[in-house]
Design a protein. Structure first.
Lengths: 116, 113
């Protein structure tokens, strides 16, 4: 069965410093992986997705993630944090694998705090 | 495209009342999902449809919950009777067949008092 583990429930960074949000996944086959962001009292927005193409995936707002099969990881990074990045971030795996639609399995989320 | 549209945005109701949440998916999308989000349990998948047909309702908590999709552009999630523990944010999402990820609506915040 597919699952995701977000290794940090809360990450705090200073504005202008790098962001690293960690995610490990478990999948029976080639996975589809996603990162979603949820700002306070808002819906979930897709940041980026990996579907077995390039292992380094670029998303919106300067975020990117690297798929590392050997480490079963899909960590989210950004070179320089902005105050507007403060939000909840979810790592997600699809049960459908890399070529099919399937149920999305959400991690528990990581709260990113950005200090001025 | 207006995205996935949910209504109402907020609902406050008394215990025992019937509650109906509505969702309009993105035109052309053939999958629709209903999720519930709470602080304690995070995001839970309740039910999903493919081409208006319910595929998996194993996440529906109990018989008080029901969902329908009478056509490709509309779905409802009904709770009858509602209970305080149903208080949560309910999200609807839609997608196309394939590994595209979902587009979520803005959610309905339900409070049952």
């Amino acid at each position: 069965a597919q699952s995701v583990t977000q290794l940090d429930s809360h990450v705090s960074v200073s504005e202008g410093t790098p962001v690293l949000l960690r995610c490990n996944y478990s999948s029976s086959y080639s996975p589809s992986l996603f990162w979603y962001v949820q700002h306070p009292n808002k819906g979930l927005q897709l940041l980026l997705k990996y579907t077995s193409a390039a292992t380094l995936v670029k998303g919106i707002n300067g975020f990117e993630a690297e798929f590392k099969k050997s480490e079963t990881s899909f960590h989210l990074t950004k070179p320089s944090a902005h105050m507007s990045d403060a939000a909840e971030y979810f790592c997600v795996v699809s049960e459908g694998g890399s070529s099919n639609t399937g149920k999305l399995i959400f991690g528990q989320g990581t709260t990113l705090q950005v200090k001025p | 495209d207006a995205g996935v549209i949910q209504s109402p945005r907020h609902e406050v109701t008394e215990m025992g009342q019937e509650v109906t949440l509505r969702c309009k998916p993105i035109s052309g999308h053939d999958y629709l999902f209903w999720y519930r989000q709470t602080m304690m349990r995070g995001l839970e998948l309740l039910i999903y449809f493919n081409n208006n047909v319910p595929i998996d309702d194993s996440g529906m908590p109990e018989d008080r919950f029901s969902a329908k999709m009478p056509n490709a552009s509309f779905s409802t999630l009904k709770i009858q009777p509602s209970e305080p523990r149903d208080s949560a944010v309910y999200f609807c999402a839609s997608t196309l067949t394939g590994p595209y990820g979902y587009t979520f609506g803005s959610g309905t915040r339900l409070t049952v008092v």
